[in-house]
Design a protein around this ligand. Structure first.
Ligand SMILES: NC(=O)c1ccc[n+]([C@@H]2O[C@H](COP(=O)([O-])OP(=O)(O)OC[C@H]3O[C@@H](n4cnc5c(N)ncnc54)[C@H](OP(=O)(O)O)[C@@H]3O)[C@@H](O)[C@H]2O)c1
Length: 239
């Protein structure tokens, strides 16, 4: 774990769900972690819950705005002077037949899931060049498999997979690693879910944290660039 100690991480959308679970694991590994969300108060509550020391930074940033992301990265550099790992995790989902999906829902997904990962990368790529760091996106199995009522979400997650893989080709010459994680169902607040016992069959957020740790510990010469991860027993889903 020593190679990760004190490394600086930025996780977008760390106020709950996958981002929060990943933050828990990375802090336990000795890393310093900035988490963000749209409302400072919410992120501060999450940050206090994660750690009461100086190893966590709460940031308000809406990934749909490039300037918010630039400000967030600047605050991280002001506090810790470096940025080693960026996890572009913030995302939303709206699910409806395409003739019923509203343009507001469409735009919310495009601006958050797709513009967001671009904004986060643009804001962090220069410090990542300096640190020879790691940029990870949270796509989804919905970025490889389309399904009814998923047209908008599928469009964004197929886009995130393509974006991340092409960015990987552009950035590896700077020794920046780039990967996309494509989970199936994870027990989070996504799509207005309230995590409970009924979600026991799903991947848990901390499992994605373990996966991120595995990626960060991987030998520099080796890059798992696209990782599909799924519940091993979907048949245990309550009927
Ligand atoms: N849960 C699943 O089954 C699943 C499966 C595959 C992929 N994913 C992907 O995993 C990622 C995380 O989702 P989750 O399941 O953890 O959902 P979640 O529990 O709803 O958490 C979403 C996080 O994103 C943040 N967020 C939303 N819009 C934002 C914006 N415009 N700017 C900044 N932060 C924003 C939220 O923060 P605030 O609300 O505080 O702003 C929250 O921290 C998403 O990209 C999602 O598509 C989820």
């Amino acid at each position: 774990m020593d190679q990760l100690k004190n490394k600086v991480v930025y996780i977008t959308g760390g106020s709950k769900g996958i981002g929060f679970g990943v933050a828990e694991k990375l802090i336990a590994a000795g890393m310093r972690v900035a988490i963000s969300g749209r409302t400072l108060k919410t992120v501060e509550i999450a940050a206090n819950y994660l750690d009461s020391t100086d190893r966590v930074l709460a940031l308000a940033s809406d990934v749909t705005h490039l300037q918010d992301e630039k400000n967030a990265v600047q605050k991280i550099l002001d506090k810790w002077g470096q940025l080693d790992v960026v996890i572009a995790n913030a995302g939303v989902g709206h699910f409806a037949p395409i003739d019923e999906l509203s343009s507001t829902q469409w735009n919310d997904m495009i601006t958050t899931n797709l513009n967001g990962v671009f904004h986060t990368l643009k804001a962090s790529v220069e410090p990542l060049k300096k640190s020879k760091g790691y940029y990870i996106t949270l796509a989804s199995l919905a970025g490889a498999n389309f399904f009814a009522k998923g047209a908008g979400y599928n469009a964004t997650k197929f886009g995130v997979v393509g974006f991340t893989q092409a960015a990987m080709l552009d950035l590896r010459k700077y020794d920046i690693k780039v990967s996309t994680i494509m989970p199936g169902s994870v027990a989070t607040h996504f799509n207005n879910n309230e995590p409970s016992e009924k979600d026991a069959w799903k991947i848990q957020p901390e499992d994605i944290g373990e996966l991120v740790l595995d990626l960060l510990k991987m030998h520099p010469r080796t890059l798992p660039s696209k990782i599909e991860v799924r519940p091993s027993r979907p048949d245990l889903k309550p009927k």
